[in-house]
Ligand binder design. Sequence first.
Ligand SMILES: *Cc1c(COP(=O)(O)O)cnc(C)c1O
Length: 426
Amino acid sequence: MTALPATPAPATSLPAAYLPGPVNPPARLLMGPGPIDADPRVLRALSTPLIGQYDPVMTGYMNDTMALYRQVWATTNEATFLVDGTSRAGIEAALVSLVRPGQRVLVPVFGRFGHLLTEIAHRAQAEVHTVEAPWGQVVTPAAVEEAVVRVRPHLLAVVQGDTSTTMCQPLEDLGEICARHGVLFYTDATASLGGNPFEADAWGLDAATAGLQKCLAGPSGSAPITLSPRAVEVVRARSRVEAGIREEGDADADDPIRSNYFDLGMILDYWGPRRLNHHTEATSMLYAARECARILLEEGRQAVIDRHALHGRAMLAGVRGLGLQVFGDVAHKMHNVVAVEIPAGLDGDAGRAAMLADFGIEIGTSFGPLHGRVWRIGTMGYNARQDTVLLTLAALEQVLRRGGVRVPPGGGVDAAYAVYDEVRAP
Ligand SMILES: *Cc1c(COP(=O)(O)O)cnc(C)c1O
């Protein structure tokens, strides 16, 4: 293993001359829970020239992006656009714009990203309530409804796919519960969108946000968002008019959205026909997001989900074929990631380090109660492919063997092949 170059010590007086070389990252196969290798088409889109944000070509790209993501989200929502920033920029924009201080937010928590929703809702000064499921399980619709009746929240905020536990929370029954009780319904679909079913309109969602670095085959740095007409009304009632720059509107000056950057009303006016100035568009990321959606829709929404289901199933069979145990309720596992229990006696971090150093393959560690207990292996976006699954399983077998774990020779690759052969059989 080559040693990493030392980082220069912090300067105490004048900084020493230090000129590192250009970035030249090694070849890696990113098989963790995200980020994954971006599709080369997305990398090419990222390197195309910049143009001004009011150039008609650029506003055309913005309109394309809105139309493309309406299809990705399965929605007719006019308000479908991008928040510039990583996935949590989308989460934060949704919560800070939809929730007034003191309003109640109910969060089903079944992993780390549920805790993130509670934390962001707290910072938006919401009164936060939770309904919890043990890690490795999802929350039942009955438990959500019981909590909705008890808490009477303004907003239900739920993660769809929580990569920390690999669980995919069923959402299809929650919209009806929210509608019956007059609750806004928001989901963070960052890890799941593209690789698992998602129906914004059919499931009654008022708001949903995502990122590119999971099943959408892009880098992190752009957060697709969609808002129902009802969510837009809630946002519009509070959106701040920026003095001297934006026209007078009906903004609630007493209780404005407590962020300029994440004021969804202002961002909507920027994306919408008024094209009012807000931030400088992250042009390169918009190119990337647009290309991600084009790639997905070209293959077909259902075909992409089916591909994630197939390669997820092959990886699941493969790790079991290596004699490894899988964490969590597999019936509710996301298609695109599996949590594998680290065999007793093996140092999980050393195993991951060997995968990276010896094979150039990155797999994921875990957080909180699962740290040191499981590895997380992803098959998502551009990396949801047969070659990546077989390579990862072949490499993992060798790492386990060298770590002293007894594994059935070829057991991982054989089991994955069996899944593929079944699909190919006439
Ligand atoms: C990966 C992931 C995120 C990532 O957020 P970033 O701001 O892009 O790091 C958010 N939510 C969920 C559910 C995730 O799995």
